[in-house]
Design a protein around this ligand. Structure first.
Ligand code: HAM
Length: 443
């Protein structure tokens, strides 16, 4: 995955790719497309519609939506000024943009529940590593207008089923609740009380966050902060009755769906907008190394109001495409083999006429839905055969002057080397027949 593992040499200085921003070459793109198409199909089966939002937004949206004190906003955003001096940021995630679109298009006026999904690139200026990139991709889903626990469970199940459908067999779901209303504030107070006497032992970032946002200390990866985490108060103990009931119902719905999960009071998520249910899915096989989080999400009932809309419950998740592709076995996203035909042109005397005829035949076959390879350099016949073999064509049409004059071409089956003359107007039917015989329908 990614350029860092491709073993290729970097381009000349000034024209190489940005570290952590990778090309996907044609040989790899089939797996990406298979994954994206499967996600789309699965979301549509769950009644979701696709939303596409712009790649960048006004910086304010992310600062207010995700939280100034989160790593994403404080350290990782690609922010720049447009020509008018407005601050823009490449989207680091999809949720804030989806909420902005929900508000801007007054979706709440339509009544009912909105179910949206998205697929696309996100940008975070993190230190590149296996499974951690600066341009990465997410597939995600968001639901607006349903505050009940059933939709939380349905989303956890959707995400988990998708992960396992990719053949990722060691995925683990962990769920927790952050409570609602002032639970987070009360928890922040409890954390402050716990961390204040320990301040000197914390990382500099966490020392600052004791006052500004102590929940973030629990999310820190600094060794000194991790060491003090075990003794910190647990949020579960502060949950009010309503929040507790909501969480219990999420868990019992997951039981009914047969979705395996673990309640883990230590997860808090890296973004500030969450309330009540939160969850993470990790790959425990070790394939991903340190970046084992395949995805996560949860409820963010306060965000729409915080961004200027009327109070509307919301819940969603996102999964990292690159990490899914690393964790999924090769075979589970293999593209089906497509049978194809090559077209050759051979003639020394009237090359232009024969080559143009070859192009026209290729076009006719393609119009009938057949995949056609043609080496438009039209070198020696041997070379054209080599090209056909390299691309894995099953048969080849050989166009020559004499044959054209007689209204025929040669059709050669490349595995058996059988060759037959075929009337010009029967080419599509014959090629279709040969390809079907060699194991697959055209296209
Ligand atoms: P997140 O946990 O920040 O959540 O990201 C979700 C997933 O995106 C991660 O678990 C990981 O697989 C992938 N990811 C994040 N950063 C990188 C990176 N630098 N390189 C590669 N993959 C990465 C969100 O983004 C929330 N918007 C999810 C959500 C939707 N919550 C509610 N609705």
């Amino acid at each position: 995955m990614g350029n860092e593992s491709s073993g290729g040499t970097k381009g000349q200085r000034g024209v190489e790719s940005v570290p952590g921003m990778n090309d996907v070459l044609p040989k790899d793109v089939g797996r990406w497309r298979a994954l994206e198409e499967r996600f789309r199909a699965q979301c549509e089966r769950y009644g979701f519609g696709e939303i596409r939002t712009p790649m960048c937004e006004y910086t304010e949206l992310f600062a207010r939506g995700i939280g100034e004190e989160t790593d994403v906003v404080a350290k990782e955003m690609y922010t720049f000024e447009d020509r008018g001096g407005r601050s823009l940021t490449l989207r680091p995630e999809g949720t804030a943009s989806a909420v902005r679109a929900y508000l801007e298009h007054r979706i709440s006026n339509l009544g009912g529940v909105a179910r949206w999904y998205y697929v696309g690139p996100m940008f975070r200026g993190e230190r590149p590593a296996k499974g951690r990139y600066r341009q990465f991709h997410q597939v995600g889903a968001e639901v607006y207008g349903d505050g009940g626990p059933m939709v939380d469970a349905e989303l956890v199940d959707l995400a988990y089923s998708f992960v396992t459908s990719l053949g990722i067999s060691q995925a683990k779901v962990r769920v927790n609740s952050l409570g609602s209303g002032d639970t987070k504030r009360r928890y922040a107070d409890a954390l402050r009380e716990y961390y204040k006497p320990l301040a000197e032992k914390l990382s500099p970032d966490s020392q600052r966050r004791i006052e500004t946002n102590p929940l973030r200390i629990l999310d820190s990866k600094a060794r000194e902060d991790v060491a003090l985490r075990a003794g910190a108060p647990k949020l579960m103990e502060l949950l009010g009755d309503e929040d507790r009931r909501h969480f219990d119902r999420v868990c019992s719905a997951l039981d009914a769906l047969g979705t395996p999960y673990e309640v883990d009071a230590t997860i808090i998520r890296g973004l500030d907008y969450y309330s009540r249910t939160i969850f993470e899915i990790t790959d425990t096989s070790g394939t991903l190394g340190a970046q084992d989080a395949l995805g996560g999400g949860g409820r963010y009932d306060g965000l729409i109001e915080q961004l200027g809309g009327k109070s509307t419950p919301a819940v969603g998740f996102a999964l990292g495409v690159e990490r899914l592709l690393i964790a999924a076995p090769e075979s589970s996203l293999a593209a089906p083999a497509v049978k194809s035909c090559a077209v050759f042109a051979v003639d020394r005397d009237e090359p232009e006429r024969v080559q143009s005829a070859a192009l026209a035949i290729a076009k006719e076959l393609r119009s009938a839905g057949i995949v056609v390879h043609i080496d438009t350099r039209f070198g020696k016949l041997d070379r054209q055969f080599q090209h056909a073999e390299r691309v894995g064509a099953s048969c080849a049409i050989v166009v020559g002057k004499q044959e054209l004059d007689n209204g025929r071409v040669e059709l050669r089956e490349l595995d058996t080397r059988r060759q037959n003359a075929v009337p010009r107007d029967a080419i599509v039917a014959k090629v279709t027949e040969v390809l079907a015989k060699s194991g697959s329908a055209p296209g």
